[in-house]
Design a binder for this molecule. Structure first.
Ligand code: S3P
Length: 172
């Protein structure tokens, strides 16, 4: 199997979908944010707070580049991975890029009681989410191989949809 890479805005379900998909396909799973936290021995929130977003973005690129020998793996990325062109070029080289999409209203609903996303901590409102999504829209679209909508569906349904699609496209 080709590496399968999940991108998409915060709260589109990358973590839960990649978790279930890796179980169903019995493949390895790498979550870039978790790798960063393990390597730096700090949470994402601590990294943003103590070292700033630029340092986090550097760690993100560094961690991505450490995956050069990875095969047959599901890779879940942080929502901002597409902000650097070099990251996108790298992702395209190492696997099939699946973009997850949900409506801003749904994203707000899923995230409103969470505190572990520094970009949203003081901005947990629809306007901010809409603006940030618009700002990134083209970057997500240009990075993707295909898109899956995670809206009014169970995680199981979305995962089966992905499995059908990758079977049909001979990616598995
Ligand atoms: C970010 C998304 C987060 C995490 C960090 C920055 C972003 O990951 O990498 O807080 O810029 O969109 P999730 O998309 O998994 O929440």
């Amino acid at each position: 199997m080709n590496n399968l890479i999940f991108i998409g805005f915060m709260g589109t379900g990358k973590t839960s979908i990649s978790n279930l998909l890796s179980k169903k396909l019995n493949t390895k799973l790498i979550d870039i944010d978790i790798l960063i936290e393990e390597n730096k021995k700090m949470s994402i929130s601590q990294i943003f707070e103590k070292l700033g977003e630029d340092s986090f973005r550097n760690f993100e690129t560094e961690t991505l580049r450490s995956l050069h020998d990875i095969k047959n793996t599901i890779i879940s990325c942080g929502g901002g991975i597409i902000l650097r062109k070099e990251n996108v070029e790298y992702l395209k080289k190492i696997g099939t890029v699946i973009l997850l999409k949900s409506k801003p209203e749904t994203i707000l609903n899923r995230l409103k009681n969470t505190v572990d996303r520094p970009l949203l901590n003081n901005n947990m409102n629809l306007e901010f989410i809409k603006n940030k999504m618009n700002e990134r829209e083209l970057l997500y679209e240009n990075a993707k191989d295909f898109v899956i909508y995670n809206e009014n569906k169970t995680i199981e349904f979305v995962v089966d949809e992905i499995i059908n699609k990758i079977k049909k496209d001979n990616l598995i």
